[in-house]
Every structure is written in C-alpha cells, then in structure tokens.
Write a protein that binds this ligand. Sequence first.
Ligand SMILES: NC(=O)c1ccc[n+]([C@@H]2O[C@H](COP(=O)([O-])OP(=O)(O)OC[C@H]3O[C@@H](n4cnc5c(N)ncnc54)[C@H](O)[C@@H]3O)[C@@H](O)[C@H]2O)c1
Length: 438
Amino acid sequence: MTTSPASIRPAAGKLGILTPGLGAVATTFIAGVESIRRGRSKPIGSLTQMATIRLGKRSDKRAPLIRDFVPLARLEDIVFGAWDPIPDDAYTSAKKAGVLEERDVEPLKDFLSSIKPMPAVFDQHYVTRIHGTNVKQGKTKRDLAEQLRQDIRDFKAKHGCDRLVVVWCGSTEIFIAPSEVHATLAAFEKAMDENHPEIAPSMLYAWAAIMEGVPYNNGAPNLAVDTPALQELAQRKGVPISGKDFKTGQTWMKTVIAPALKARMLGLAGWYSTNILGNRDGEVLDDPASFKTKEASKLSVLHTILQPETYPELYDGFSHVVRINYYPPRGDNKEGWDNIDIVGWMGYPMQIKVNFLCRDSILAAPIVLDLALFSDLASRAGMKGIQEWLSFYYKSPMAAAGLQPEHDLFIQQTKLKNTLRHLMGEEQITHLGLEYYP
Ligand SMILES: NC(=O)c1ccc[n+]([C@@H]2O[C@H](COP(=O)([O-])OP(=O)(O)OC[C@H]3O[C@@H](n4cnc5c(N)ncnc54)[C@H](O)[C@@H]3O)[C@@H](O)[C@H]2O)c1
C-alpha cells in the first residue's frame, strides 16, 4: 500500500532538547552528541544516525540512511537544557556518574559546564533517596507546573529555538496506580489545584510540556503521561507523547529471546532475572516503592509476548522473577543474569543462560537522541497523542485503551520503519515477496 506523503514542516532552525533529570543518562547523551559533533565519536546505537531503510522491492536496491530519507533535525542544530534538584552542572554530574572516562569528558569540560540545571519540581515523597536543593517553591502543584511552562518559554526565547522536545531522564518515582484523578483532564487539573498526592512531579512536567505544545517522551516507568487525562490533553493540543521506560539491557534481551521461543513453539517453565547495579539509579531503585514501579514495567513484557491464554500448554503459569540489587562497586556497569527454563519436544527441559555485562547509560543515550528526533518529526508531521511506532524504545509501551501493547522488538522495528515509509508516501513492506517468484 502506498500513501501520499504527509505534509511535514521542515526541520529548520534550532531544536531544544529538555531533560527533567541531569544524571547519568542525560549527561552521557549530551556528552555523546557534542563528541559526535566535534568528530570525536560515532553515533553507535542510534537508528536516526546510522540505520538505513529499505524502500520498494528488494531488487530496487534503494536503502537510504533514515536521516537522508525523513527530515530530521541535524545534530548541529540541537541545544540542551535540563532540570534537576541536584544543582551540579553537566560536567560535574557526568564526573560523578562515572560512566564516561576522563579522556572523553575533559575535552568537553567548557561545553558541559555551561549546562546548568533549572530548579526542579521535586518532592522527596516520590523519590526518597534523592536530597535536592535546586527545587522550585509553589503553593499548589498547578503553580509549580506553571513555573515549568515559564521555564520552557524562557528557554525557547533565550536560545532562539524553533522547536522543543522533552525526554524524561529523571529518577523512577514511587509506584502510583491510575485512579480517578488521572481519569479525565478536568479531574487532573482539579487535583493539581488541591495538591493531591497522586499527582507526581513527572506528571506536572508532562502537563506543562503538552500545554506548551512540546512532545513528551517518558524514559522512566513512572505513570507520568500514561493516563487518560494527559492523553486527552495531548489530543486536544495536537502533541505527540510516548513512553514508558527506556528498553536498554535485560528487557531488550527479553524482547528478542521470548519471541524466538514463541516463534518455534517452545515452552517456558520459568525466567529468573537478577542484576547488580551501583549507580544513583540503582540507589533510587533500592527503595522498595520505586522498585515496585520498575518491577511492574519489567514484568509486563513476557506475558504479552507469549500469550499464555492462546498457548496454555506452552506458557500457562510460567514463573517470572526480576531482581535489582544495589551494589556500589559496579557503578553504571550493570551485570545481569538470566536463567531461562525452556521446554522442548516431548516435554524435555533445557536451559538458556544470559550473562550481560552492559553499560546502562551507554545503551540509553542513543535512545534519548532517537526519541527526541523522532518525536520532533512526529510533531512537524501533525501526529498527536500516543506514538505507538516508538514502542521499539520502551520496556512498557503505551498503547490505545483496550489494545495490547506490542513488545516484540522486531515487530516494533517493522512498525517504526513502516511509519516512516507511510509518512513519506512510500510503499509499506510486508515481506510477502511473491513478486520475485512469478
Ligand atoms: N540507564 C538505563 O539503561 C535506563 C533504562 C531504563 C530507564 N532508565 C531510567 O532513566 C532514568 C534516569 O536514569 P539515570 O541512570 O540517569 O539516573 P540518575 O539517578 O543518574 O539521574 C536521574 C536524575 O534525575 C533527577 N531527578 C529526580 N527527580 C527529579 C525531578 N522531579 N525533576 C528533575 N530531575 C529529577 C535526580 O536528581 C538525578 O540527577 C531513571 O528513571 C531510570 O530508571 C534508565
């Protein structure tokens, strides 16, 4: 099916990328983009910078780079801003996070030192392990959110930006279940006025961004923009939103291995995942209330991929355990172990072991870049509300009410690329391929 190209506003002028949170992920992202701009690094891990997209028939041999195919903001046109309750500038924060080696941080010292976080909307009730001093004051949650709106406007004017996007790189907040205060926009705004405890800071950033017409992408498992209230606002204001929780290490592997088991109709008896992690994120997740939010995000994946309702003989009642252990010596260099008990022909058991020594923020940084550039593209193309085609980047993808989210990495990748083809009026690729065998 070919569609006519969408009318897409050109990516002219500067794009401001604002991150609530200037910790390990955000500083690794910013330092990486600057390092690439200076020709010191390559954008490894980023689809917007390195991937190609096949167009037309296989025999046509048309496979341009995605960034030459769709109009994306150029890295040279990006400016960075952030909020954080910890007042460290990006240089100090990057040094403390310890993700990047001195040889990569020192040459960027002037640039990184110039990025200072704006005072955050922060409340320790929602992130117990962070002690912040760079915090806004306000009588009500709406006052605080209005201050964020002002920050957004001021940043845009000060840096002469044509457009802005927000990518949440802040901490994981305590678990909040969706309730009636999140059910409609009217209830949400009333709850902001009444300082309702179920309105978390991440929701205020989301509300403020959408009110300012700025796409909001949610890198943490926080409920944030994943509520009917804020989806209603995004629809009304014509703003793209996406979430939630960057799919980086262990869950990324899960969304590769689980579809492979299902594709071959192999059974699963159990999947035990454990991690050691020593960065600030690990410390925040050491608090059971924050861990609960992360756990819910990590657990949802297998059930949706394996569909035990459809395949009870293979997947009914499998055991799924996820642990994160805070272990300071490892810093950002997480180590994850997966033990997967699978079942084969005639019920014979087998095991798969995965030992992933990853660097969390190194995997997350290119995701931040791609989400920023793609959500800006979506905005210029007039797309609004949940951007399901960006599920590729998330552990807990948002989907329309009543719809199962898509977790399988390769279906997500196909969906992403077909959306780009659709936007540019190119034929969708079904992989049927009968035309090659007349
Ligand atoms: N690194 C990964 O692989 C990965 C994967 C998925 C999700 N995430 C999520 O991304 C987020 C960032 O991870 P990180 O490793 O950079 O953590 P980090 O602790 O290094 O940085 C988070 C920063 O957010 C700040 N913060 C907390 N509440 C805030 C608020 N209300 N407003 C503004 N800033 C606030 C903290 O002070 C901290 O500096 C976490 O929620 C993490 O769970 C990371």
